[in-house]
Design a protein around this ligand. Sequence first.
Ligand SMILES: *Cc1c(COP(=O)(O)O)cnc(C)c1O
Length: 242
Amino acid sequence: MTEPTSRAAQLAANLAEVEERIARACAAAGRARDDVTLIVVTKTRPAEDVRLLAELGVREVAENRDQEAAPKAEACADLPLRWHFVGQLQTNKARSVAGYADVVHAVDRPRLVTALSQAAERRERELGCLVQVALDADSGSMGARGGVAPDLVPELAAAVAGAQRLRLDGVMMVAPLDGPYRGRPDAAFERLMEISTDLRAAHPAATMVSAGMSSDLEEAVRAGATHVRVGSAVLGERPLLR
Ligand SMILES: *Cc1c(COP(=O)(O)O)cnc(C)c1O
């Protein structure tokens, strides 16, 4: 009888596979491997998994619900991790998120900017912010799953850049499930890179491009993503809760 593979060995193997995919995508795009940072999305997974990942060298982790993330971040406070908040965020959760998050990826409305700024001020912390772009949103409006239409990016970016304790780090996108970019991740990520280029013209330090998940990280790296957010390819399929 063979021993069941330990969780640590399973995570190590998955992580090596994802690392290989990123390295191959970088090489194919003529990019340095250092240009792309892997963020492991640990949502729905216990703090023990986060601890194992930290032992395997992971330094960037992401969560999408404050109710789950806050206790997990507290349980892992001794680990050298940077926490990314990648979910849609309600203003009444800003105060909690500002206590542990280093970067908030889904900034998509002025009220959230104000709430995050006040929360960061209260916590005496600085928060990195990414403007979430929705390519399936009509001009001047928000997307069904958060994010703003490209024409709203400059004004939201200016709000972040002008807010106390917030740092405008760049843009974030989830490849659209609807609209003209549906099923065309390459085109969607290329459009995101154009938006990033325009943003950097006004805000040179806003260099982060958070794009690409388990199923489309190659397309994102090819287009120019600086950060990929990978969950299931490292941790296994999630229960069908969300
Ligand atoms: C869950 C999630 C991911 C990771 O998705 P996988 O398909 O599991 O890699 C990335 N980004 C966001 C915003 C997520 O909510």
